[in-house]
Write a protein that binds this ligand. Sequence first.
Ligand code: GDG
Length: 462
Amino acid sequence: MARLVIVSNRVPIPKARSTQAGGLAVALRDLMTPGAMWFGWSGRLTPEPSAQPSLVEARGVTYATIDLTSEAYRSFYVGFANGVLWPLLHFRLGLMHFRREDYRGYLSVNQSFAESLGQVLQPADTVWAHDYHLIPLGRMLRAQGFRGPLGFFLHVPFVPPSMLEAVPVARELVADLCAYDLVGFQTEEHARDFRDCAQRLLGASVDGEWVRLDGRVVRVFADPIGIDAESFAHEAERSVAADPQVQRLAGSLSGRALAIGVDRMDYSKGLPHRFEAYARLLERHPEHRRKIHYLQVCPRSREEVDEYRKLRTELDRLSGKVNGRFSEFDWTPLRYSTRAAPRATLAGLYRIGRIALVTPLRDGMNLVAKEFVAAQPDADPGVLVLSQFAGAAHELTEALIVNPFDPDAIADAMHLALTMPLPERKERHVALKEKVYRTNARAYCRRFIDALAARSLPRVAA
Ligand code: GDG
């Protein structure tokens, strides 16, 4: 079988005795079998860029990493990836700060990735690149002569042509994605938006999932990401029985319902709206006062980017406002922590949660929604309140779906969740759980790898 090479911005090298694997490492666990390779940035900033990737082997998998200079990191990661692409692809044009020099830095880091990867790539390899940091990588690998299957998956949403056009390098980005054989998105809506962009901006012809441009054909499809539901459910059960932090929290609830939110501190996650919604709930439904605790776990993220620092100040202010207004001497309505929790602890918190608040303004998928469903007890399940603009809402239709821009709608959904009879909660949970177990991490990987193996061959010949 051909060797699989995963490429992503950061490389999750397993640490001895660590059980902290998260995100992409969990989603791709099935593919990380002996012989596979994972390539990307080491996370180190050095005065000189590394010429050769450094190789580490763990459990038969080779992890190949390169270092970046601070300057390259600033333009590639802070400037273009997170200062332009992230806000643009989350429909936040007003937060986009485009500078040509940052785009040049983005291209140059992708070129370094391609050249370093070229040193360890074999002709028969299959390459699967991940996320918005690496859009030009496929074209650059092709320019170096790599002819093997090349796939790309975008974890974040995509935008319609009228929005993409706002970025001065829109055509370049779309053309670069078309250099891959297969491009995957979280939902059909995002895949369709991309195909529309290829048609409108580049004059590509589109036939179903197939986009034809300059004599080449690329397949553009939806492949929703999932979690390892079974192992997460076990982790949640174990954690409630054994994790002291979860037990301390459970003890402190004194019979009150726990509403839980878990999000990287990011402006796409809709946190200020959510805090306001909670205040609306307490204001409009005073019967819930003293009967609920809302815990928001919100680890700090991307603090080099101005917008993220501003968000932190805003959330500090809003949480103070909610607690100042509604607290009683023996009841704090909102607990808000900016530290990351261990994954096992999170699993336990989800399990004892009566409501999960997953209300991003825009999100590729949102794995927290799926983790909450997997962790919940079948006998007495809680309720998922889910934004209509999370990719997960396309699948998890039995959640209480809300418009995250409308704090009153979130408050109404919380009220409904808190008063929902057990039979209805169970009915919704059974349907949600079936979907989370079916569209799991394994199904996501299989679907992508099978499609990549089939490549565009039938249509190229046509
Ligand atoms: C991108 C897309 C897409 C959160 N806090 C802690 C912690 N987490 C974990 C969660 C979850 C993951 O991080 C977050 O995943 P999301 O899907 O919610 O969001 P992004 O980080 O924005 O991810 C997104 C995803 O890629 C996958 O394709 O779904 O749309 O934006 O697993 O549990 N984990 C630990 N401590 C924390 O405090 N250990």
